[in-house]
Design a protein around this ligand. Structure first.
Ligand SMILES: *[C@@H]1O[C@H](CO)[C@@H](O)[C@H](O)[C@H]1NC(C)=O
Ligand SMILES: *[C@@H]1O[C@H](CO)[C@@H](O)[C@H](O)[C@H]1NC(C)=O
Ligand SMILES: *[C@@H]1O[C@H](CO)[C@@H](O)[C@H](O)[C@H]1NC(C)=O
Length: 298
């Protein structure tokens, strides 16, 4: 084929342009797909960890009847402030490792509060305090709280409940950060005033923390078994916490890279076909050479 220098260069540049465009589209398309399908970057992942939960042996129980309210707690100062309502209690506390993984996962708690006339109690508020520690991804130590409120129209003398402590987070955890500042005591034993004893305020302060725990009750039953006093029996499981976190750079990069390669492969194939089609059908002028063969060998 006879071609002038000028037309040779336009032919070359047109063919080159096709090459450049198809290559660009091939490698860019995965990014477009990623853009319209939420991106390569994983913003959040979850994992579960059996947190180390420890009952602090601290509790506050408020027992409300039609006319009287009784209080019993592990805090000397609270019992003193409410000396008229205070009733002494006997506690039996066992923390068990039922699946034998070295971390306790069950609390069996029995609180017997004496000095309460039989059959008077209809409402119970109970606060139990724990320390929970996470250490797998980041270090997080928190004073965690389990709150139960239960009402029963029929006057009773015993409350049984089963529940589970679950992790609540408003912020995602970040890798290898030690989170301090969540282990402060909700109630300062040596400095309890009446205002600090406002349960509504305690609960609101607690629930607005970035990280906290919540008691989910599965089962509550009221009974009428005792001749005197009131008994609370609890089975509380320390279930593995489900934690959501922001993946660190290399974890994100690894998944991003895999996704990029996987979406790139079909585009390589498709654009190669398109390029062959364009050149084979002479949609752009090309110099006489066997393009099919050239592309296949490239
Ligand atoms: C709970 O944590 C507090 C504050 O870090 C600590 O003073 C206390 O001894 C811990 N209690 C238990 C039972 O681990
Ligand atoms: C508890 O209160 C006492 C007395 O006000 C104070 O000295 C102490 O630092 C407080 N403890 C905590 C953990 O806030
Ligand atoms: C290009 O090469 C292929 C495979 O070798 C052959 O079948 C075809 O005839 C060739 N085309 C031209 C235009 O030379």
């Amino acid at each position: 084929m006879e071609i002038s220098k000028e037309s040779f260069s336009t032919i070359v540049s047109k063919a080159t342009l096709v090459q450049i465009i198809t290559i660009t589209l091939t490698y860019l398309s995965p990014f477009l797909i990623a853009y319209f399908t939420g991106g390569f970057w994983i913003k959040e992942k979850t994992f579960t960890e059996q947190a180390e939960v420890k009952f602090q042996y601290r509790f506050i129980a408020l027992l409300e009847g039609e006319t009287n309210t009784y209080i019993s707690s592990s805090y000397e100062s609270i019992n003193q402030i409410y000396s008229n309502e205070y009733r002494p209690s006997v506690r039996t506390i066992t923390e068990l490792d039922t699946n034998e993984d070295g971390i306790n996962d069950l609390l069996e708690l029995s609180i017997f509060i004496s000095g309460i006339p039989i059959d008077t109690i209809t409402n119970i508020k109970l606060i139990l305090l724990f320390n929970s520690t996470l250490s797998a991804y980041s270090k997080l130590k928190l004073e965690s709280l389990a709150y139960l409120e239960s009402y029963n129209a029929k006057k009773s003398s015993e409350l049984n409940f089963d529940g589970e402590i679950q992790f609540v987070q408003r912020e995602k955890l970040r890798e290898k950060i030690t989170y301090n500042g969540y282990s402060y005591q909700l109630l300062n034993e040596s400095n309890i005033d009446l205002e600090a004893l406002n349960l509504d305020k305690i609960m609101r302060d607690y629930n607005s923390r970035e990280y906290s725990t919540r008691l989910i009750t599965d089962f509550v039953s009221w009974k009428n078994t005792l001749a005197e006093g009131f008994r609370i029996n609890a089975h509380i499981r320390y279930a593995p916490f489900t934690i959501s976190y922001v993946p660190a750079f290399w974890e994100q990069f690894k998944w991003g890279w895999i996704q990029y390669i996987c979406s790139l492969i079909p585009f390589i194939y498709v654009f190669k076909r398109i390029k062959i089609f364009i050149f084979e059908n002479q949609l752009v002028p090309t110099i006489s050479m066997n393009i099919t063969q050239k592309l296949k060998s490239s």
